[in-house]
Design a protein around this ligand. Structure first.
Ligand SMILES: [Zn+2]
Length: 379
């Protein structure tokens, strides 16, 4: 049985959701207790074995109350129903974009999976569609449910669990108040924002008070994709094209827009983390620059090439090829890339993402495993 932060049994709704998918879950083997990653890794490594702890900056948790609120108050855009394969998915405008898995609701299962994968600490966040739906009351309630739960879990497992807060971005005043509460009272170490807020751009004027507060606090911000704007026109209902392609361009568009908008000059203390290795951004860096060089419209608000801004933000390591990780490091710098796994999404992969990081040259490897995250989050 799954329990939330206070040990309560999950709502019957969530139990039903998970019953439909339990048989497909691959549970981790026997836990290693709380063995450090280095102890386990030492068995098959030379004297260059990694010494830094592993900190996962892209990893998610939900809870049953949040899912129930989304189901009942998600409005016209969101629905929850079965996806092909029998699992339960969240849909936007008829297109599935997020599949619920047991690991999203069970911290003990998470810790066992972390032990199995040799991950020391997880900085957990909610995932999409985050809290950007419903009335002001709904969006605030959703954020508070999630932030309170994650704070309780980080108090329960202080060496293993930290969290970045979710905010009711649709109401800036409420969002600033919740940001203050989450950081000052609950111990949040950063903020998670989706790459579009109910189809609104992150550079939209209505979000300025929230960015002002984040910049003033110099907080890390995970920019995480969701179903892209205008999903219903993109022909992405079939084949889960939101997950494979749509997410990458949601992030790439959001960060590119911020760069060309001069956002990083206006908010010099921002520590943006572009999810999934920056989406397509490392691959597009040269194209962003040549557009800047040859198109006056691209130079209206900035006076440096976009690739210089790409070195000012951070990236996680949630990419699925070694050459993609190498390109991300080449574009960003090895002080800007952070281990991430996207666990427990159905394509989340703690072990595979860590294996690619561990295959890097020793200096890069230790920085990406956790050294950069320690510095960025002050851990
Ligand atoms: Zn994710």
């Amino acid at each position: 049985m799954f329990h939330d932060a206070k040990g309560r049994g999950l709502h019957s709704f969530t139990r039903r959701l998970l019953l439909g998918i339990g048989s497909t879950l691959v549970l981790p083997g026997a836990a290693h207790g709380f063995a450090h990653a280095t102890d386990v890794a030492a068995g098959n490594r030379s004297s260059t074995s990694p010494r830094s702890r592993v900190i996962d900056v892209h990893t998610h948790m939900l809870n049953s109350s949040f899912v129930e609120l989304l189901r009942t108050r998600g409005g016209a855009h969101y629905s929850i129903k079965q996806v092909i394969g029998g699992q339960t998915g969240v849909y936007r405008d008829g297109a599935p974009f997020m599949t619920l898995t047991p690991g999203m609701f069970d911290y003990e299962l998470r810790l066992r999976a972390m032990d199995e994968a040799c991950v020391d600490m997880a900085i957990v966040t909610l995932t999409s569609p985050n809290c950007y739906w419903g009335t002001s009351d709904d969006t605030l309630k959703a954020a508070q449910i999630v932030n309170d739960d994650m704070a309780a879990q980080s108090r329960r497992y202080p060496d293993r669990i930290r969290f970045m807060c979710s905010l009711p971005w649709l109401d800036a005043k409420l969002a600033v108040a919740e940001l203050k509460r989450a950081c000052d009272s609950l111990g949040a170490v950063g903020v998670m924002v989706l790459a579009n807020v109910d189809e609104g751009s992150l550079t939209d004027k209505r979000f300025e008070p929230i960015w002002d507060e984040i910049d003033g606090r110099a907080l890390p911000v995970l920019v995480h994709p969701t179903a892209p704007p205008a999903t219903k026109y993109l022909d992405v209902v079939q084949y889960n094209l939101i997950a494979s392609v749509g997410f990458m361009f949601d992030t790439s568009l959001a960060i590119s827009r911020m760069i060309f908008d001069g956002f990083l000059d206006r908010y010099p203390n921002l520590k943006l983390i572009a999810a999934h290795g920056g989406g397509a951004l490392p691959y597009l860096a040269g194209r962003l620059d040549i557009c800047y060089d040859n198109m006056p419209a691209a130079r209206v608000k900035i006076s440096q090439q976009p690739s210089t801004y790409l070195r000012r933000i951070y990236y996680d390591s949630v990419v699925f090829r070694q050459d993609a990780l190498a390109m991300c490091i080449a574009v960003a710098g090895d002080d800007r890339v952070l281990y991430g796994s996207d666990y427990p999404h159905n394509i989340g992969d703690m072990k595979g993402c860590l294996a690619r990081v561990d295959a890097l040259p020793a200096g890069q490897r230790d920085a990406v495993r956790g050294g950069n995250a320690e510095r960025l989050f002050g851990l």
